[in-house]
Design a protein around this ligand. Sequence first.
Ligand SMILES: NC(=O)c1ccc[n+]([C@@H]2O[C@H](COP(=O)([O-])OP(=O)(O)OC[C@H]3O[C@@H](n4cnc5c(N)ncnc54)[C@H](O)[C@@H]3O)[C@@H](O)[C@H]2O)c1
Length: 264
Amino acid sequence: MLNRGITGIAYETVQDGEGRLPLLAPMSEVAGRMSVQVAMRFLETDYGGRGVLLSGVPGVPPADVVILGCGIVGFNAAKIAVGLGAHVTMLDINHNRLKYIDDVLHGNVITVYSNPVTVQRAVSYADVVIGAVLLAGARAPVLVTEKMVSQMKPGSVIIDVSVDQGGSVETTRPTTHAEPVYKLHNVIHYGVPNIPAAVPRTSTYALTNAVLPYIRTMASKGLRKAAEEDSALALGINLAQGVLTNEAVAAAFGMGWKSWQDMA
Ligand SMILES: NC(=O)c1ccc[n+]([C@@H]2O[C@H](COP(=O)([O-])OP(=O)(O)OC[C@H]3O[C@@H](n4cnc5c(N)ncnc54)[C@H](O)[C@@H]3O)[C@@H](O)[C@H]2O)c1
C-alpha cells in the first residue's frame, strides 16, 4: 500500500473526542447480542450443556448469566439476556458504567464492582459467563483463572467475546465458526474471534450504516478538508502519499512515520 501511494484509513483508529471507536461499535453490538443467542444454544443438552432454559418457567428459576465488562458488548448482551428473562449480573471497574447500566436497565440486572473476589463469586454460580472486557490498546485482562473455571457448574458455558484481544478467561483459546466450542473442566468454551461473521447480513448493514456518513463527507469535501473538520476521521488515516501516518503502526513495523497534518 505504501509503494502504491494508497491512502489507508483504518476503522479501528477512527476515534472520537471521548475515546469511542464509532466504526468498531456496530461489531460490538452484534457480538454482544449474539453471545446470548449462542450461549442459549450451548446450554442445551444436545450441545453438551447443562440443559437449562435461559428464561426458566413459572416455578423454575431462570439461568444465571454473568457478564464481565459493561461496555458495548456487555450492555448489548445484557439487553438480550434480560429480555429473555435470565437472571443477569454485570461486573465492571468503571463506576460510571455500572451506574449507567443500573439506570437504563431499571434494576433488571445486578451490578457489581469487579475484583478477583467478586468475579470468583459470580463465576461460581453462573450458568453462562460472557467475557466482554477491554483495556484500550492492551491485552484483555484475565479475570477468570483456570481454578475458577474448574469450580464452575458442569455443563455451564463460557462465551469469551474478548478472545480477539487475548481473552478474559485463562482457559479460552480462539475457535472457529466451523468448530466453535471445546470442553475443559466440563465447561463449554466458545472463543470465536469474529462472531459477527455468523450474521453477515445484519453485520454488513450495521457497519455500512456507520461508515457511509464518512464516505459521503470525503466524497463531497475531499479527504483533506473532511479530516481537518473531523478529528475522528483524521485519526483514522494510517498511510498517505507513500508514508506511514500512524505512530503506533510505524513502531510495530520498526518504520518511520510522519504526522498526516504535517504533510502537504
Ligand atoms: N469476538 C468478537 O467477534 C468480537 C466482536 C466485537 C468486540 N470484541 C471484543 O469484545 C471486547 C469488549 O468490546 P467493547 O466494545 O464492549 O469494549 P468497551 O471498551 O466498550 O467495554 C469494555 C469494558 O470492560 C471494562 N473493564 C476493563 N477492565 C475490567 C476489569 N478488570 N473488570 C471488569 N471490567 C473491566 C471497561 O471498564 C469497559 O466498560 C473487546 O475485547 C473487543 O475486542 C470481540
